[in-house]
Design a protein around this ligand. Structure first.
Ligand code: APR
Ligand code: PHB
Length: 393
């Protein structure tokens, strides 16, 4: 089998890349180790930067997003028993769209398959060969037999545990990591959201977050210990703990109900450098992980795909490989800024052990950030997503 671009992984990064390339007549094949149902069932964050919305529009997968997405001009920060609002419209002339990543994934799979796109599910890639040449290939197992996909380029969109980053020459690859001593316990419920806008809370007992998927579906999170078992958290225990961590007016307004989904995710920051190894490119979670505070994961993946798709299009349409050569440098600049913001928002909102001094410093920083014009501008412009430089704007 042969294609122009072999894409490993049918998460948001791989699907969006395949769709954007296909609209320019560039052929790709997606190889995904899981089943379609598994990929469509994963519950993840749901805040889209305007730049991500624009790219989904360019990819022509915005129909349901336009209908069902909730445009938010601000978000809440609770601390010391009160709630402050960061006005994104005022301070950064922008907004975000709340729309579940699970829905984006489904929309993109539908669009790819409707256009005759090739996605192999339950096709696990085991090896990437010859990516130091112009004729790389990917070995994968499908229907119980080993097959080979020859291509011009390989896009490693296979997430943190994928094969692409592991295939990179260890003498060149550098990895940077921070593991946080806690996780997020998330609950999805068919109840109206407690707050109109996404609201982050710093509380002595730990972090809490009120988010939503629609006007009738809520998504909440609380900080828990890394070794907590999800089975040890009954719905009632979750709601009680969440209420304790929120200001009274929000806790009292909250409507609770049975959880539709409940899971614990660890928090980590991670960056791999570089992102290009000959004809192999890393994009999305394969290249970087952010803690979910600030919801940058999918947005960063979309930003990589914006650059990689434009670079591949320039290569095929104009025989210009200069953007491909600069892929790593262009993406890493923005990746590190998003890493910094996600790390910062995590450090000012979470409880780090019984550090009373640290907690007072957090409250002071949040008070400063939400009163100073400069502070609000920093938070707002990072939250809506930093601008792209030409020719990627
Ligand atoms: N062969 C084939 N597929 C693989 C392999 C492999 N060896 N290893 C991993 N995969 C698949 C995974 O099953 C997964 O579906 O790659 C996909 C990677 O998708 P995501 O983990 O969603 O990563 P990405 O597309 O970069 O998404 C970035 O979306 O998924 C969220 O948390 C993520 O917010 C982040 C953003
Ligand atoms: C979510 O809605 O799942 C969500 C929102 C904001 C975050 C993280 C997750 O920072």
């Amino acid at each position: 089998m042969r294609t122009q671009v072999a894409i490993i992984g049918s998460g948001p990064a791989g699907l969006l890349l395949s769709q954007l390339l296909s609209l320019q007549g560039i052929d790709s094949v997606i190889l995904e180790r899981r089943s379609r149902a598994y990929v469509e069932g994963r519950i993840r964050a749901g805040v889209l930067e305007q730049g991500s919305v624009d790219l989904l529009r360019e990819a022509k997968v915005d129909e349901r997003l336009n209908r069902e997405g909730l445009v938010h001009d601000g978000f809440g920060l609770c601390f010391a028993g009160r709630t402050e609002r960061i006005d994104m419209k005022k301070y950064a002339k922008g907004s975000v769209v709340v729309y579940g990543q699970t829905e984006i994934t489904k929309d993109m799979i539908d669009a790819r398959l409707a256009a005759g796109g090739k996605i192999f599910y339950e096709a696990e890639c085991t090896e990437i060969k010859d990516f130091d040449t112009d004729n790389p290939s990917v070995t994968f197992t499908h229907d119980g037999r080993s097959q080979e996909l020859k291509c011009d380029y390989v896009a490693g969109c296979d997430g943190y545990h994928g094969v692409a980053r592991r295939s990179a020459p260890q003498s060149v690859l550098r990895e940077f990591e921070r593991v946080y001593p806690f996780g997020w316990l998330g609950v999805l419920s068919q109840t109206p959201p407690a707050t109109e806008e996404v609201t982050y809370a710093n509380h002595e007992r730990g972090f809490a977050l009120c988010s939503m998927r629609s006007l009738t579906r809520s998504r909440y999170y609380i900080q828990v210990d890394t070794d907590d078992a999800v089975g040890a958290w009954s719905d009632d225990a979750f709601w009680d703990e969440l209420r304790r961590r929120l200001p009274d007016n929000i806790a009292e307004a909250m409507v609770t109900g049975p959880s539709i989904e409940k899971s614990i995710a660890p928090l980590r920051s991670f960056v791999a450098e570089p992102l290009r190894f000959g004809t192999l490119f890393l994009a999305g979670d394969a290249a970087h992980i952010v803690p979910p505070t600030g919801a940058k994961g999918l947005n960063l993946a979309a930003a990589d795909v914006r650059v990689l798709s434009r670079a591949l299009i320039a290569r095929y349409r104009d025989n210009d490989a200069s953007l491909l050569e600069r892929y790593s440098e262009i993406c890493l600049d923005r990746i590190w800024k998003a890493e910094r913001f996600s790390w910062w928002l995590t450090t000012v909102t979470h409880r780090f052990g019984a550090d009373a001094f640290g907690h007072r410093i957090q409250l002071s920083e949040l008070d400063y950030m939400t009163k100073s014009e400069a502070g609000q501008t920093m938070v707002a412009e990072n939250y809506i997503g930093l601008p792209f430089e030409a020719p990627f704007a």
